[in-house]
Ligand binder design. Structure first.
Ligand code: SAM
Length: 271
């Protein structure tokens, strides 16, 4: 027994060691070999782990953040004079909404814009109507039922997450809401991720530069401030419409979108 065992130990152990060294050498040579394709490192879609960790803000980049408008004041959003004061029909025709599109009405309130958009996208399209106040969404639901509109999907968002699907939105409309975001970076990050490559944000904000616009200062924004905040959050200006009575209408795409960037026209008060 001992006679056969001893030579085995003498040869098998050194042989195993030699084998192990050879295998580890050839493995490390393979890893650095240019013939082996590296694993893909970048993903085009942002993952949840990249979501900004943001606390509620009182101010953002020099602008005071406004408190959200309460659902108790929702009647003001559907006041009869809104048409004449803001000319929403004109804005709607500028949005370029087409039948079949997936659109979003961010901060939809009681649905003044949602219902108009729903009629344009038609049965094949949809409007994702997001708000943080359940009471606003309930008012929207009632108005949609009354008008027999079925292509609206109400979404109860949170202050930092609108709960939108990824890369599905053609147009995200934000009327008189962006300046109320307590978590602007988180909201813009989520909205950016929800857009298709050619998708855009259509931003309507009351003009801060214009003393004739009868809105409280905290609820107005200047073009310069808008540009500062949107460029910082991965957007570029791709279109604007400067003929509304009270509001800026600016279109932003992701900064990696194929749409070409433009410079904003300076705003001049006409006397
Ligand atoms: C002044 S209202 C405008 C409503 C509507 N866009 C319109 O023009 O008729 C602003 C709305 O935005 C909502 N809002 C504020 N912060 C929000 C957020 N982070 N996400 C979604 N909605 C928000 C408020 O609850 C409110 O209903």
């Amino acid at each position: 027994m001992c006679v056969t065992y001893l030579p085995l130990r003498r040869f098998v152990i050194p042989l195993t060691l030699v084998l192990l060294i050879w295998v580890s050498h050839s493995l490390s040579a393979q890893q650095s070999s240019p013939a082996i394709a590296p694993a893909p490192q970048t993903e085009t879609t942002e993952t949840d782990s990249q979501r900004p960790q943001e606390k509620a803000r009182r101010a953002y980049l020099g602008r005071v953040v406004a408190a959200p408008m309460s659902h108790l004041g929702a009647g003001w959003l559907i006041r009869p004079t809104r048409q004449q004061e803001e000319r929403p029909d004109e804005s709607l025709s500028q949005l370029g909404i087409k039948p079949g599109m997936t659109t979003c009405d961010m901060g939809c309130g009681n649905g003044f814009w949602t219902l108009m958009m729903a009629k344009v996208v038609g049965e094949q399209g949809r409007v994702l109507a997001v708000d943080i106040q359940p009471e606003m969404l309930q008012k929207l639901r009632l108005r949609a039922v009354r008008e027999e509109i079925k292509n609206v999907q109400p979404i109860l968002g949170t202050v930092d997450d609108p709960k939108l699907p990824v890369e599905q939105v053609d147009l995200c409309l934000m009327v008189d809401v962006y300046h109320e975001f307590s978590h602007p970076e988180s909201m813009l990050w989520s909205i950016r991720r929800s857009l298709k490559p050619n998708g855009v944000i259509a931003l309507l904000e009351y003009r801060e530069e214009d003393p004739r616009v009868p809105i409280k200062p905290k609820h107005k924004m200047s073009k310069q401030q808008i540009m500062k905040e949107y460029e910082k959050n991965g957007f570029k200006l791709v279109r604007e419409y400067n003929d509304l009575p009270w509001q800026h209408l600016m279109f932003f795409a992701r900064d990696d979108s194929p749409l070409p960037a433009i410079k904003p026209e300076p705003f001049m008060v006409q006397r």
